[in-house]
Structures are given as structure tokens and as C-alpha cells.
Design a protein around this ligand. Structure first.
Ligand code: PLP
Length: 359
């Protein structure tokens, strides 16, 4: 197993061999003292990751499951979905599939949600009671990061009863997430992006307001019931059999993120990777998303020559890059610069990419 990263897909991301080893530990029961000890360590480290003192928990599901859960627990009737790419649109699809009434505020692909447009929408819909508003912190399909703190302040001001549901799937662990300061109600992230684990579990933070709202929904299902996750977490456990290998790997990875590397250093490394990618991309194309909201974790690149040809040639040379997504499938390819990858490995990949993409 090489200790060097050659895999630059925006999730699932490269997993360090030491972390893969954690997945092979012998089983323990999820009601055992050993599991409780493991859970205690994980849940303590989730607080600085989300910058919260409120409830956090872990769900054995990919992020989409917990997006659905957030809507099932928090929305009785109507939700406003802010969209700017494929993953923010996913909230819309899930809400529709649950039979909810959904409004959309669309910034357009590659743009960030404009706080004034959000304020204007909420002012024009003063009589519409939104149970919740969704925000996607980092739109992985376009490489754009939304100003969640500013958007959340707009929502708090204009629609104080609306809960704020935030997707931090491709930001948590790579870009600061300030759950308490931003006044969020639900924030979730699957672990296969900036947290640098294989896919399979999702971490979440919830506010008391979100839990109070969930209490009012008698039919919120069993598997994704936030109240049962929070209740069990108080006892350092989970409601049903979790992916225990992931818990071992998450504990080790949080130790690395929170203490060994440290959050500030990790965020700085992500910015360094982003800046390096942007600089080199100018040699053969351009960054496709709004540069004023350029993501620290993923870049959608619009090359002068065929994006697909570039990816195929990079594959030949031992490097995997992400494909374009949705509306931008043909035009772009994506570079994931998130998780544990060292800056030197990104640089080595960019040297090769420069040769390939200049034709
Ligand atoms: N939200 C964002 C921003 C994503 O990038 C993704 C996946 O790439 C998802 C949600 C869906 O997460 P999952 O694949 O873990 O269900």
C-alpha cells in the first residue's frame, strides 16, 4: 500500500494506510464497555470539529441518509432549499420525495448563494412559514463554498422560526465549521471527504431547537430518529449495530485531525493545496466556479482541451482525478484536494497534469 497519494477524487478520498489498518481490528460488541470507551473518545473530538458544545452523534449511513433524516425530523410541511449545484439540489429531490412542499432559491451553477437574494426571498415570502432552510456549505460539484455564517444570520433575522439544516459533507475537517457561532440546527458530514475515511458513516451535530421540533413529529421513523441517537449518545452508545470498523478508524483519524495535525494547521494545508491548484490551472485552463468563493477542498477545472482526455491520460500516468458532475460533466474535471493528502503529493500530481493538459 503506497504511502503517497495519487488519488485526487473529491470523495471518497485517499485513506492513509495506517487508518486502513484500523478497519481490520477484531470485533467488539456495540453494547460493551470497550465500545463505550471508543464512543466517548470520538464524541469528545467531534465537539471541536463542529466547534460546538451541543449534541453530536454518528450514524451508520452515507450523508444522503442523514440529509433525509434532517428533513424527516425537522420539517412538517415546508422547506426552502438554497441551490447552486448538484449536491445542494439533492436537498430539493429528497424533500420532494418525502412529499414536502419545497421552495427553491437558486444561485445558478458555479455561483455562491447571495445573502441579499436570500434576505429578499425571505422578505417576499414573509407569510410562508418555512419549517427549515437548507444550506450546502461546500458545493462539491462546482467547487464553491457558501458563507454559511452570513446566510444563517440572514435566516435568523428574517425567519427566526426556521431551522437551519447545513450540509458540511465536503467541508468538515477541511474548512472551519462553527456550529454554535453560526446558530445552526443540524449539520452533517459523511466521513469519506475531508475526514479521510472510507465511506459508510456520517457525523452530525444538532441543536436543542431541532430536537424539540423532532419531538413534535410522531412519525419520524426509527432508524434515523435524531432523538434516539442523542439519547443513546448520552450513554456513549448508538441505537442499532453500527459499522464498528469505522468507529475504530474514526477515533484514530479524529486523534490525528484534532491533536496530531491540529485543526488550524489542517485548514491552512487545505488552503495551500487550493492555492497551488489554482495557480497551476491557469497554465492550461481556468477554475470554473466563482473565484471569490473558491473551495479549499475541491476545484472544478475547465481546461482548454477535452476534460475526459486529460483524465484518461492522467490515469495512464498513475493519477486519478474526479470527473465533471451534472451540468458540468463535459466541460470540467474536478480535483479533490481534501483529507489527508500532503501538499507535496498535490504538487507532484500538478507537475504531471501540467504536461498532460498543455497537450
Ligand atoms: N453533499 C455533498 C456536498 C456531497 O459532496 C455529497 C457527496 O459527494 C453528498 C452530499 C452526498 O453524500 P453521500 O455520498 O455520503 O451520501
Amino acid at each position: 500500500m503506497p504511502d503517497r497519494c495519487t488519488y485526487f477524487v473529491p470523495g471518497p478520498t485517499w485513506v492513509r494506510p495506517a487508518i486502513l489498518q484500523e478497519l481490520t481490528r477484531p470485533m467488539i460488541g456495540h453494547r460493551s464497555a470497550e465500545f463505550r470507551e471508543l464512543f466517548t473518545r470520538i464524541n469528545a473530538d467531534l465537539k471541536p470539529l463542529f466547534t460546538t458544545t451541543q449534541d453530536t452523534f454518528i450514524v451508520t449511513s452515507s450523508g444522503t441518509g442523514v440529509m433525509q433524516a434532517a428533513l424527516e425530523n425537522c420539517v412538517a410541511r415546508r422547506v426552502l432549499v438554497t441551490t447552486c449545484g448538484a449536491f445542494s439540489e439533492r436537498w430539493y429531490q429528497i424533500a420532494e420525495s418525502l412529499g414536502l412542499e419545497v421552495d427553491r432559491l437558486d444561485a445558478g451553477w458555479g455561483k455562491a448563494i447571495n445573502p441579499d437574494a436570500l434576505a429578499d426571498h425571505l422578505a417576499r415570502h414573509q407569510r410562508t412559514h418555512y419549517d427549515a432552510v437548507t444550506i450546502t456549505h461546500n458545493e462539491t460539484s462546482t467547487g464553491v463554498t457558501n458563507d454559511v455564517g452570513i446566510l444563517a444570520a440572514v435566516i435568523r433575522d428574517a425567519a427566526p422560526d426556521a431551522l437551519i439544516l447545513a450540509d458540511a459533507v465536503s467541508s468538515l475537517g477541511g474548512i472551519p465549521v462553527k456550529f454554535d457561532e453560526w446558530n445552526l440546527d443540524v449539520c452533517l458530514a459523511s466521513v469519506q471527504k475531508c475526514i479521510g475515511l472510507p465511506p459508510g458513516i456520517t457525523v452530525a451535530a444538532v441543536s436543542q431547537n431541532a430536537l424539540d421540533r423532532a419531538k413534535k413529529h410522531p412519525y419520524r421513523g426509527t432508524y434515523f430518529d435524531f432523538l434516539s441517537y442523542v439519547e443513546r449518545a448520552k450513554d456513549n452508545s448508538v441505537p442499532s449495530t453500527p459499522s464498528i470498523p469505522h468507529f475504530y478508524a474514526l477515533a484514530a483519524q479524529l486523534e490525528n485531525i484534532v491533536r496530531a495535525e491540529g485543526l488550524e494547521a489542517r485548514f491552512t494545508r487545505h488552503l495551500q493545496m487550493r492555492d497551488l491548484v489554482h495557480k497551476r490551472v491557469q497554465q492550461f485552463g481556468k477554475v470554473a466556479g466563482d473565484p471569490s468563493h473558491a473551495s479549499a477542498t475541491v476545484t472544478a477545472v475547465e481546461p482548454a482541451m477535452s476534460a475526459e482526455k486529460i483524465r484518461a491520460e492522467m490515469k495512464q500516468r498513475g493519477y486519478t482525478l474526479g470527473g465533471g458532475y451534472g451540468q458540468w460533466k463535459e466541460r470540467t474535471f474536478r480535483i479533490g484536494h481534501m483529507g489527508d493528502m500532503p501538499v507535496e503529493d498535490v504538487e507532484a500530481m500538478l507537475d504531471v497534469l501540467g504536461e498532460v493538459a498543455r497537450g
